[in-house]
Each structure stands twice: as C-alpha cells, then as structure tokens.
Design a binder for this molecule. Structure first.
Ligand code: FMN
Length: 448
C-alpha cells in the first residue's frame, strides 16, 4: 500500500462544515479567535508530522428566502470568522515544516493583489504554501457583501480558469527564478529576467510587473474540490491535490476515477493529481464506547440548525418542500454536489440526518484498530492518496487521532515518521523532487 498523505481540516470559526458541535464540553473551538488556539493546533499537527494544516473559508452566510435566521447567530453557524491568510501568516512563524493551505475565492478576490499575498506567504514560509481554489461555497450571499451580481455556477468555474491564467503569469512569468542577484558590488536584479505581464481575459484584465519576485514554489500547491462536471474539468486541468467528500469505498472510487480521467483528458498523467478524501472518526476504547461518545457529540447540537445549515451551502430552504419530495427535483446555482449526493433520498431524509454529518459524511465510529482498518481499506479500495482529517470536536478529536490511530498507521508502514529536511510542500505531496510545477502543467507555459 502506498504511503498516505494526511492533512488536518480547520476552519477559522466556531463550527465547521454545517455542523454545530461547539457546545460539546471538550470543544475549544469557541477560542478560534485567539492566537493561542491556532498555535496549539499547528503544534499538534507539526508534532504529529502531518503534511499540512488546511484552512477552509467562506465569505457568505446562511439566508432563508433572503433573511438570515436568528439560529445562525445563536449557534454561530457561519459567522463570525477570521481571515485564514492572516492565521497562516501568524502560524508560519511558529512552525518550520508544516504545510499551510489557505482557501481563496476566485469570485471575490482581485487577482493581482491575491497573487502578491500568496507569493508573500510562500516566500516567508520557504515554500510551504498551498491554495485551495474555490468558486465560493456561499456565493449567493458573498456577492451581496461585495456589491456584485450573482454569477451562475458554471460561469464561476469559467472565472476560475481566467483567474488562474492571470495569477500564473505573475507567479511563473513575471520574475525568472534567478532574477535576483543581490550583489552589493553589482546589481540587485537582472532587468532581462523581469517581464511585463499582459492579460486580457473574459473576466479579468491586468497589465503590469510582478509586485513580488518569484517565491520558492512559484505557484503554490493547487488544491481543488469541485465535484460537478465543470468543477472536475477545472480540477483535472489545474489541481495537484483534489479533495473529495467522504463516502463509501464505491462512491469514493467513482470520484477518484472521474478525477483521474479528467486529468488524462487534460493531457496530464492520472497520478499527477493526488486525491484526498475528507475523513471523520470518533475513537473509543470499544466500539460501543465510541458509539456512546458519538451520541454525546450529536446531543451537543440543536437539530433546528439543519435548515439554516443546508441553506448556507445550497440556498435551498428544505422546510418549504413536502418531506417526501425526491432530492432529484431540487436544483441550485450554489454547491450542486450537496444536492446530487442525495439522489435516491427525500427532503425528509436529509432533514433527518444532515445534523449527523453536515457537508461531510457520517464519521467512522470505533476502536483505533477499526478506524485504522477503515482508512487502509478506503485508501486501497478507492485508489486514494491520502485523507483530510475532519475533526468532530476540536482539538480533542485530533488529539485522539494522533495518539491512538496514527501510531497504528505508522506501525503498518502507511504513514511516514519524520519530515524530510527543507522539502517544499509540493515535493512532499507530489514526490516529484521539484518544488516547481511540472513542465506539462498549464501554469508552466508562462515561464520564460
Ligand atoms: N468551498 C468553499 O467555498 N470553501 C472551502 O473552504 C471549501 N473547502 C472544501 C473542503 C473539502 C474537503 C471539500 C470536499 C469541499 C470544499 N469546498 C469548499 C467546496 C468545493 O470547493 C466545491 O465548491 C464543492 O465541492 C461543490 O462543488 P461543485 O460546485 O463543483 O458542485
């Protein structure tokens, strides 16, 4: 079995992924707005030698028929948050090896400023940065805050293509890797290696010089999680690590096949794209102990949060449909995956069980051995390269995983023990031995 990549899912707010477990006695996520919380999480990841800490993000909030429901505030479902870029910036100072993956929206960010911000983080972290490219999960409300009109689902992916093309030009083409000479007896930089960028795309325009020189990785490692046909096409062309939501071995195997097929369609190798599944678990001394612990987590939530939570991801008000309405009758311009994944179920089914998993899937509940078995079975059966650990109660779930499941994975030889010295995030994740993107990637054509 191949060696697994492991990252930790985090979100700079009190809850994550459509669940609201913040009341659980072991949850300290209400301290998300303190630097100490983030330093503790980063230390936990780095001591465990995890590949990266992933910071999810959204700009929007939950609305039902144009109104933000009070429960969204009472249970702090969506707001308030902190800025993941600023958290990453604080954490790169207290870590040395941990990869930092930030979520950045192609819908609302101005690409020229965005290119500089990411290059700065990649530069200061010594090549430890990844970017989760998102078209924005909460697009319907985010656009209002930015004074924009809503952009339809597939058009947002067309925007992603244009945005990527523009930022690649700055990251890969504006300053050649050896442009800076920093020679006090000679010159600081070679003008022949600094290039003017011109971009006139369907959505974005730019004419200028790179505000930052080339950073260690040039383009940060590209993460993506689009699961619709348009999302997978963009991921197959550009993504280096693709996240998939969790599910059965068969469901995950189908996602992995589809993603690798899109990479091949785009002229890349099937294994050039690493596929990582979200993975959630509840560990117990025995299976029944784990089940009791999971029940306590579920009891910590108010089930009424479901309608607001589902609306946050899809814009759909499930309470306005008859419970026996098949989910296949619903459609959205927001996350289409959160409708498509419930084909075969009714609105009533989703209302009954959304609070057990939110946008994720039900956690694997069992002993550390059982959880390690499941991880290995999923990885082998679904051709996965790794997992994005999605804690149910933070940081307690991560501590439990690191202390009880990780040693078993190490014993079985499926997760490495140490970081390699001076390795960039790209080298670590792709095993390519090169901190730059490979020559066949669409970004590479902008190099001089
Ligand atoms: N969307 C966001 O807007 N912000 C995020 O931080 C974010 N993180 C994700 C993490 C994982 C593990 C997964 C599976 C998805 C995430 N998404 C996030 C959603 C995806 O970017 C994408 O919008 C979603 O899977 C729906 O895809 P589709 O619009 O192609 O159907």
């Amino acid at each position: 079995m191949r060696s697994l990549k492991l990252g930790l899912f985090e979100n700079a707010q009190t809850n994550a992924s459509g669940t609201a477990t913040w009341r659980h006695p072991d949850s300290r996520r209400h301290l998300f707005d303190t630097l100490g919380y983030w330093q503790e999480v980063a230390r936990l990841c780095e001591d465990a030698k995890l590949d990266f800490l992933f910071l999810a993000d959204a700009w929007g909030w939950s609305e039902i028929n144009g109104v933000r429901p009070p429960i969204a505030t009472e249970e702090t479902l969506d707001l308030p948050r902190l800025d993941p870029f600023v958290i990453a910036s604080a954490l790169l100072a207290s870590t040395t090896d941990l990869g930092l993956v930030v979520t950045g929206s192609v819908l609302v960010e101005p690409p020229y400023a965005f290119a500089r911000r990411l290059a700065t983080l990649d530069q200061l972290s010594g090549g430890r940065l990844g970017w989760n490219v998102v078209t924005t999960g909460t697009a319907d409300t985010a656009v209002k805050a930015f004074g924009m009109d809503m952009v339809a689902h597939d058009d947002r992916y067309a925007m992603a293509e244009d945005f990527l093309d523009l930022v690649y030009k700055y990251w890969e083409g504006a300053w050649e890797p050896d442009a800076l000479e920093k020679d006090k007896a000679g010159r600081f930089a070679d003008p022949a290696k600094v290039h003017l960028v011109e971009h006139r795309g369907p959505y974005f325009r730019s004419h200028g010089y790179g505000n930052t020189a080339r950073s260690p990785q040039g383009t940060p490692v590209l993460f993506q999680a689009g699961a619709s046909p348009a999302g997978r096409r963009v991921g197959g062309r550009h993504g280096e690590c693709m996240f998939v939501g969790s599910g059965s071995v068969e469901q995950l195997a189908g996602h992995t096949r589809a993603i690798r097929a899109e990479a091949v369609n785009a002229g890349r190798k099937a294994d050039e794209v690493k596929v990582m599944s979200a993975f959630s678990c509840v560990v117990g001394a025995t299976t029944s102990d784990a089940e009791r612990r999971w029940q306590r987590i579920l009891d910590a939530q108010r089930p009424e949060v479901t309608v607001a939570s589902y609306a946050m991801f899809t814009g759909l008000d499930l309470s306005s449909y008859a419970p026996d309405t098949p989910m296949t009758e619903l459609s959205t311009e927001m996350s289409q995956t959160q409708v498509a994944r419930f084909a075969g179920k009714t609105v009533g089914d989703v209302l009954a069980d959304w609070h057990t998993h939110g946008v994720g899937a039900r956690p694997v509940v069992g002993t550390a051995e059982e959880i390690a078995d499941e991880i290995c079975a999923l990885a082998e059966g679904a051709d996965l390269d790794g997992f994005l650990l999605s804690p149910t109660v933070q940081p307690a779930s991560t501590v439990e995983f690191v202390e009880s499941v990780l040693p078993i994975l190490r014993e079985r030889g499926v997760f490495r023990g140490e970081y390699a010295d001076g390795e960039s995030l790209r080298e670590r994740l792709t095993g390519s031995g090169d901190r730059a993107l490979p020559a066949g990637h669409p970004a590479a054509r902008h190099r001089h």
